[in-house]
Design a protein around this ligand. Structure first.
Ligand SMILES: NC(=O)c1ccc[n+]([C@@H]2O[C@H](COP(=O)([O-])OP(=O)(O)OC[C@H]3O[C@@H](n4cnc5c(N)ncnc54)[C@H](OP(=O)(O)O)[C@@H]3O)[C@@H](O)[C@H]2O)c1
Length: 245
């Protein structure tokens, strides 16, 4: 579908990649952008319509779907990462909180906005996943579990929403230059500019594809996991075994 003339809603639009999505949408000709944020006063862009939207709040999600009846592109960008290995002391709590945002939040947005998109001709949903939707980095393993689950939500929704003409795009990236990756010790390699991820996502919507690998790292990971899955797993074990203690 075209971005030109579209009406979009971006979750987590107050900073990081969400802000880049807003920029890219306007640059590509979107006529209206709803910017969702837990604290709408953190939205400073005067071109957008700021809405209070904590994706884990049923009330907020319902209210957003009621208010934003003209949306034809939904960008599920909001995400949380607590940097927890799977067996850390607080790993259950980390996993629950990550699942609330990255899985149930995404599902709740899709369920609430699917009828809106259907009414507006089908439209598109882009879900911000990660390379760790495909493998488990030991240092933030609970986040990886949530992004694996979010991929399954994305794939399941795509299958069911195809008959109403809604495109569901899964977007993968390695380390993006935002606050989220700033805290990761292993993210010391060059990070992808958020603008690139946003622009490639929109191109994916225009091209009608199901999966967007939005940077070089996601292409590399995709290929190396497929070429040598066991070798890839061994490299994750090595990372853990050789971690600084
Ligand atoms: N950075 C990376 O390396 C990387 C790589 C691959 C994928 N991703 C994914 O890309 C997306 C954007 O991440 P980012 O890098 O921009 O991270 P970020 O800088 O940490 O921003 C996260 C955004 O999500 C919002 N958010 C968190 N919990 C929320 C909730 N319950 N309801 C609504 N909004 C919520 C935050 O809002 P507040 O300001 O209120 O906290 C913020 O706007 C996420 O889905 C992330 O998992 C990131």
């Amino acid at each position: 579908m075209k971005i030109q003339g579209s009406v979009a809603l971006v979750t987590g639009a107050n900073r990081g990649l969400g802000k880049a999505y807003v920029e890219a949408l306007f640059a590509a000709g979107a006529t209206k952008v709803y910017a969702g944020a837990r604290d709408p006063s953190s939205i400073t862009d005067s071109r957008v319509i700021a809405i209070k939207l904590d994706v884990t709040s049923r009330e907020d999600v319902k209210a957003a779907a009621k208010e934003c009846q003209d949306v034809d592109i939904l960008i599920n960008n909001a995400g949380a990462m607590f940097g927890s290995p799977m067996l850390a002391d607080d790993s259950e709590e980390a996993l629950r909180r990550e699942m609330e945002v990255n899985v149930f939040g995404v599902l709740s947005m899709i369920r609430s906005f699917a009828p809106v998109l259907a009414k507006n001709g089908g439209g598109a949903i882009a879900n911000m996943l990660s390379v760790v939707s495909w493998f488990t980095l030991p240092f933030n393993a609970t986040y990886c579990a949530s992004k694996h689950a979010s991929l399954a939500v994305t794939d399941g929704a795509r299958i069911q929403l195809r008959e109403q003409g809604t495109q569901v795009v899964a977007v993968y990236a390695g380390f993006i230059d935002t606050e989220m990756a700033a805290g990761l010790a292993e993210a010391n390699e060059p990070k992808t500019p958020p603008s690139q991820v946003a622009e490639r996502t929109l191109q994916g919507i225009i091209d009608g594809v199901d999966h967007v690998r939005a940077d070089d790292r996601s292409e590399e990971m995709w290929n190396s996991i497929r070429q040598d899955p066991e070798g890839f797993e061994r490299s994750m074990q090595k990372l853990w075994d050789e971690r600084p203690r």
